[in-house]
Design a protein around this ligand. Structure first.
Ligand SMILES: Cc1cc2nc3c(=O)[nH]c(=O)nc-3n(C[C@H](O)[C@H](O)[C@H](O)COP(=O)(O)O)c2cc1C
Length: 263
């Protein structure tokens, strides 16, 4: 192991680069009990999130979308490149064009190019090529990742881990919208190349996901799904005794068992 006394100086690692500026971290340490309570409460809140495919046409103020996008923009990103762009579509005519273009591709997918294995995976969800949510939802956020930075003189700047970074941002966006009391559909039309042109995005951007956002239709339904319990998605160290509780109290964070998702 390299001892910190042997750590190289900044100038040795980054010759010719200016020293970075640092400031004290703003951080309020919570009592352990509150940390645990918050972790559990947030889980219960997120456990209620469901991908919804039936939207109400009720309006959602743009300010709500803006706050959620600000939250998405707090995501970590490779080399802090923030390689994302959120295009929020609310104009009914533009949503109609978006739907038309998406459905044209989805029609080809569902009626032809979808391999049987993929079809079998989608069968429990019952999705098809009709995408009414794209015109019903008051907002459709199309998330682009910046494959590379495009400078004003036309030169490129390399970006890092753009899919990972933009996907984390989408996760935060979905959580923020759910927290605000809205529903989303994570939609990945395939292929998505046409979206950049339709939404006038530059050539360094590539559509990653399409997120209709709004309120659920009064008669909205969701497929019966279960989520993997903690035991199936979590390992401590090299495994072994499985999921433990906590040394703070006996709430047994891991004792969730197989959860049936509430509609
Ligand atoms: C990357 C990704 C792509 C998805 N693409 C679609 C899609 O194109 N159409 C769709 O109806 N749902 C899509 N979904 C939603 C999933 O089907 C949904 O998240 C999953 O069935 C679990 O349901 P839940 O979100 O309610 O927990 C996608 C989800 C993710 C994460």
């Amino acid at each position: 192991m390299i001892m910190s006394a042997d750590a190289p100086t900044f100038a040795e690692v980054y010759p010719g680069h200016p020293e970075p500026q640092f400031r004290p971290l703003e951080f309020s340490r919570l009592p352990p009990q509150e940390t645990l309570a918050r972790a559990e409460a947030f889980y219960h809140e997120m456990q209620q999130r469901r991908t919804t495919r039936h939207f109400s046409r009720d309006a959602v103020p743009q300010a709500v979308i803006e706050w959620a996008v600000r939250t998405a923009g707090t995501a970590p990103s490779g080399a802090h490149r923030q390689p994302w762009r959120f295009v929020a579509v609310q104009d009914p005519a533009l949503k109609a064009r978006l739907r038309e273009a998406v459905e044209a591709e989805e029609y080809k997918t569902y009626t032809g190019r979808m391999p049987e294995e993929w079809r079998a995976a989608l069968a429990p969800l019952g999705t098809d090529y009709v995408k009414a949510h794209l015109t019903d939802a008051p907002w459709v956020i199309v998330v682009f990742r910046e494959k590379y930075g495009l400078n004003t003189d036309g030169t490129r700047t390399k970006n890092y881990y753009t899919v990972e970074s933009a996907s984390i941002a989408v996760g935060l966006l979905i959580a923020a919208l759910h927290h605000a009391g809205l529903v989303t559909l994570t939609h990945t039309p395939n292929p998505m190349g046409f979206l950049a042109e339709l939404l006038c995005r530059p050539r360094n951007e590539e559509a990653l996901m399409v997120l209709p956002v709004g309120y659920p239709a009064p008669d909205a339904t969701v497929p019966e799904l279960t989520r993997k319990p903690l035991e199936q998605i979590f390992q401590v160290d090299l495994g072994g005794t499985g999921v433990g509780g906590t040394d703070l109290d006996d709430t047994g964070l891991g004792s969730t068992g197989d959860q049936q998702i509430e509609p």
